[in-house]
Design a protein around this ligand. Structure first.
Ligand code: SF4
Ligand code: SF4
Length: 146
């Protein structure tokens, strides 16, 4: 196994390597709220309408930026903003000098350990299509940030 993430910095990775760092957990596709007073970021358990709640994959990945205004591309240009990513996310972890999680698909060869270990959003979320957007504050969840 070529553990490129152990010897290459994020800036030296190829596009394919960069893409493969995404474990597909779906946590960055959850709606988030920012507290007006404290500017604290809160995750919710409500997903973007394009996220498949079981597979945790985007239904329109190729068109995502066209279809969803606040869909964010994780890129090195944004490295100062990585704090909004969950602490399990490989991009954030590597940027912080931490190893990628042992259940990561690059290590285990599939997403199975991630899903079984409860590290993805599978089984924990509802789609934004099913809620009143004014009630998003009722769905704040702690686990996505952990
Ligand atoms: S949180 Fe990170 S690892 Fe998970 S889907 Fe988003 S970019 Fe990929
Ligand atoms: S458009 Fe796709 S990638 Fe973007 S937030 Fe929605 S589900 Fe996630």
């Amino acid at each position: 196994m070529n553990k490129f993430w152990e010897y290459k910095t994020l800036s030296r990775m190829s596009d394919t390597e960069w893409e493969s760092l995404c474990d597909g957990c779906g946590k960055c596709c959850l709606n988030k709220l920012i507290d007006d007073e404290t500017e604290e970021l809160h995750f919710t358990n409500v997903s973007c309408h394009l996220l498949h709640t079981k597979s945790c994959q985007c239904r329109k990945y190729d068109q995502r930026f066209k279809l969803v205004n606040d869909c964010v591309k994780v890129s090195l240009d944004d490295i100062q903003q990585f704090h909004w990513l969950p602490s399990s996310c490989a991009y954030r972890r590597l940027a912080e000098g931490k190893p990628i999680p042992e259940w990561h698909p690059l290590i285990t060869g599939s997403k199975s350990a991630m899903h079984k270990g409860g590290f993805s959003v599978r089984g924990k979320i509802i789609s934004e299509k099913t809620i009143d957007p004014d009630k998003l504050g009722d769905y704040i969840a702690i686990w996505p940030a952990e």
